[in-house]
Ligand binder design. Structure first.
Ligand SMILES: Cc1cc2nc3c(=O)[nH]c(=O)nc-3n(C[C@H](O)[C@H](O)[C@H](O)COP(=O)(O)O)c2cc1C
Length: 151
């Protein structure tokens, strides 16, 4: 099972969560490609069996700059990811109200439009509740890996 992991981040937290997730997934026996820097070509060349995205939110529910080009290029090239399992870890702050975790939500909707298959409900990590998002993601990640390995 080959997993591609990518992230979009302003201050580096989502990148860090993705890096830690990559190590944890490798330790669980997955082959992991950490797409850094991120590009559509790199994602398609990796040709992974499954995808994991970690993405924060900025502005008023906007995607971080580091993932915007990727997002728009995916929308215009529209490479179908039919039935490819994926999960999204969204980082946000519930203090922003309605736009809480909208960046992660946009990535999730993009992957669903491309016909990928969400195998775990999106994890929302709330910066107003935790200062340890990497460790908070561990139980969700373990479940995600178990779902992947179960096929
Ligand atoms: C200027 C600014 C705008 C933000 N806007 C939102 C938002 O609209 N919705 C949300 O859920 N979080 C918002 N956040 C919170 C960040 O998404 C959160 O702190 C996240 O952990 C940052 O991760 P990063 O270091 O990967 O960028 C905002 C943070 C800043 C500084």
């Amino acid at each position: 099972m080959h997993l591609a992991i990518f992230s979009g981040s302003v201050f580096g937290t989502a990148d860090e969560v993705a890096d830690v997730a990559a190590e944890r997934c490798r330790a669980a026996g997955l082959q992991v490609t950490r797409l850094k820097p991120l590009s559509v070509d790199a994602l398609l060349e990796a040709n992974a069996d499954a995808l994991l995205a970690c993405c924060s939110t900025t502005g008023m529910g906007e995607l971080p700059d580091t993932i915007q080009d990727f997002y728009y290029e995916m929308q215009s090239r529209f490479p179908l990811l039919t039935d490819k399992p994926f999960g999204v870890i969204a980082l946000g702050d519930s203090g922003y109200g309605d736009t809480f975790c909208q960046g992660g939500e946009q990535i999730r909707e993009l992957l669903l439009e491309l016909q990928a298959r969400e195998i775990s409900p999106m994890l929302r990590l709330d910066a107003s509740e935790t200062v340890t998002p990497e460790t908070d993601a561990e139980p969700w990640l373990d479940e995600f890996v178990a779902q992947l390995q179960a096929g």
